[in-house]
Design a protein. Structure first.
Length: 229
């Protein structure tokens, strides 16, 4: 089972990420179930979700459970949800959305792959986190030769944590490009979606203890080569 937590306040961006995950895991629309409460996610909703997971355990192919606004979940509901994560159903992808992770239990967060759907537009004193700087990183890699990409990959493969941070940075960069298309008119939404899918897949391999070097090497070598003016 894979569990993702999509953070951010932009509903359209979060929905785009969900659609990307559906394509990545080949989830048919008939096997996608969404839950949202008008007030807060309570224990009754989590119990109902758990029952539905047990009833549908014989589903052919992957299915996706989406729980919106999980940051409104009560303490009791989060603890009940944790039991689902500890007894994961097969062929099930769980997606949580939230504006912030501040109200979520650390035990829940530790079992989620976090996707920051709201691009980080804050700028440090050096400008290193600006969308423009992030875009330059992506363009630089796409313009590299295979040998140069392998050299670049070696910078982020010293530890698994370094590699995970790099995939998170790349995910944030691609999201920034997707939703600020004026920054990158040279890259089509289709190309950016492919880049995002490859990056998310690399993160899954890293979490599954696949070779760090092989994962990042394959990720960067798999990016299409493109020269920019």
């Amino acid at each position: 089972m894979e569990t993702f937590l999509i953070l951010g306040s932009n509903l359209k961006i979060k929905q785009d990420v969900i659609e990307t995950l559906k394509k990545q895991f080949q989830v048919h629309a008939n096997y996608c179930y969404e839950y949202q409460s008008e007030t807060s996610v309570g224990i009754d909703m989590i119990r109902n979700i758990r029952k539905s997971l047990l009833v549908g355990s014989g589903t052919v192919g992957n299915r996706m459970i989406i729980i919106h606004d999980f940051d409104t979940a009560t303490f009791e509901a989060q603890n009940a949800f944790l039991k689902i994560l500890e007894e994961p159903p097969v062929r099930t992808i769980i997606v949580l959305t939230a504006k912030s992770k501040n109200l979520l239990l650390s035990t829940v967060l530790s079992r989620c792959q976090i996707i920051q759907s709201q691009p980080n537009n804050s700028v440090s004193k050096s400008g290193e986190n600006s969308p423009e700087t992030q875009l330059l990183d992506l363009k630089r890699i796409m313009a590299m030769s295979p040998g140069e990409r392998l050299q670049e990959a070696s910078l982020y493969t010293k530890t698994r944590e370094d590699a995970l941070k790099y995939t998170d940075h790349m995910t944030d960069t691609i999201h920034c490009c997707l939703h600020n298309h004026n920054l990158t008119p040279e890259l089509s939404p289709q190309t950016l979606t492919i880049l995002l899918s490859k990056t998310l897949a690399a993160r899954q391999y890293l979490k599954a203890n696949v070779s760090v070097k092989a994962t990042i090497d394959i990720l960067l070598l798999g990016f299409p080569r493109q020269k920019f003016a």
